[in-house]
Design a protein around this ligand. Structure first.
Ligand SMILES: Nc1ncnc2c1ncn2[C@@H]1O[C@H](COP(=O)(O)OP(=O)(O)OP(=O)(O)O)[C@@H](O)[C@H]1O
Length: 357
């Protein structure tokens, strides 16, 4: 059953040189209990999409178009007060990239968890809320007495666990986990991911797992959405994304991460840098880095095409998958390409964005 239904979402940031189209026409549905990975390079718009869902955007951001339906409620139309009371933490919670920034340094971690619990549950006493915080700490492998510590007394891994405790304290239906382990060392990363998964399964919460790491999503997610230049360029179940992707960017990402089943794998990185998101203009945003780009790719933005079973791809050449997959596995494909716009292709003028100031 659908829990979250995002349609045509556009979230832009106001910048000196125009609007940064960080989320640009994104549609995504998530079922109850499902885990969906958002994978893509830094700056592709993953965090902006997650923050739009829980409406934790910075002041210069604006949801310009589209809808976010959460369990029958249109999130884009709620006032801040309604959001705080009905949705944030209780229904949708977020584990941020750096947990330390998620806590207020002047209160103990326990006080902050107690406050969140009591804000949403009128009948819960301070004592009961504190007991809940202590038992959550215990479940997450933190000594319960440490609820009385201040955030700065925690190590990075412990702060991340405490943030998970806060995010799960009210048994939300949806957890947004934004690179929950990037700041931590590898051994702790694995343990924290296991903990998140266990707790999520126990609560039957849905989860959006944001990461730039293909191996993390492949181990934890039911489906994977590949994000590039503010758009979901490919989405499918995890098995399909790993074994039979159709977008050249997904093929490139797959080359760049170690496959645990293949000891001899040579890692190949994608050359170039992510696209400028201020007035990106027409054409596929990956074209400047794509070894398979043809004239059409530079001139026309590809629309999502369905390849059955929830597999959708935004690529003009997705039909030629057998040939592309084989070529994409070769190192020279990604190094010997002549990157750049073909001489005779003309760029369309960027579409003008009309927004109220
Ligand atoms: N407050 C802001 N003001 C202006 N531009 C912003 C702001 N926050 C993010 N951006 C821009 O929006 C785009 C998407 O950023 P976002 O953080 O959503 O990407 P991301 O994929 O989550 O990357 P990361 O993993 O680095 O957080 C980037 O071009 C970024 O520079």
């Amino acid at each position: 059953m659908t829990l979250l239904d995002i349609n045509g979402l556009k979230t832009y940031y106001r910048a000196d040189n125009g609007w940064v189209r960080a989320t640009d026409d994104v549609s995504l549905s998530i079922d109850r209990g499902e885990t969906v990975g958002l994978v893509g390079e830094s700056g592709s718009g993953k965090t902006t999409l997650a923050k739009s869902i829980i409406r934790l955007l910075s002041d210069n951001a604006e949801i310009v178009d589209g809808s976010i339906n959460f369990d029958g409620t249109e999130v884009t139309e709620l006032s801040d007060k309604e959001l705080r009371k009905q949705i944030r933490w209780s229904e949708i919670s977020m584990i941020p990239q750096n947990a330390m920034n998620g806590f207020d340094p002047v209160y103990t971690v326990g006080q902050q968890i107690v406050q969140v619990i009591r804000h949403h549950e009128d009948g819960t006493s301070k004592k009961e809320a504190r007991e809940r915080a202590r038992s959550l700490f215990d479940e997450l492998g933190i000594e319960p007495d440490r609820v009385d510590d201040y955030p700065h007394q925690f190590s990075g891994g412990m702060a991340q666990r405490a943030m998970i405790a806060l995010a799960l304290a009210l048994s939300p239906s949806l957890v947004l986990a934004d690179e929950p382990t990037t700041a931590l060392d590898v051994v702790i990363q694995d343990r924290i991911l296991d903990t998140i998964k266990e707790m999520q399964e126990e609560l039957n919460s849905a989860m959006i797992m944001i990461t730039h790491d293909m191996s993390v999503v492949s181990e934890t997610c039911d489906r994977i959405a590949v994000v590039y230049g503010g758009r979901i360029v490919e989405i499918a179940d995890t098995e399909t994304i790993i074994t039979n992707p159709r977008h050249p960017y997904t093929l490139g990402l797959r080359n760049a991460f170690p496959d645990i089943n293949d000891d001899d794998q040579e890692l190949i990185s994608i050359p170039g840098t992510p696209p400028e998101l201020v007035d990106p203009g027409e054409g596929c945003r990956f074209a400047p880095r794509c070894p398979f780009a043809e004239q059409e790719c530079w001139e026309e933005t590809p629309e999502a095409e369905s390849y059955g079973d929830g597999h959708a791809v935004e690529c003009h050449r997705a039909d030629e998958i057998d040939h592309l997959q084989e070529e994409a596995g070769k190192k020279e494909t990604w190094t010997e390409q002549d990157l750049g716009r073909p001489e005779d292709s003309q760029s369309d003028q960027p579409e003008e964005v009309m927004l109220d100031d």
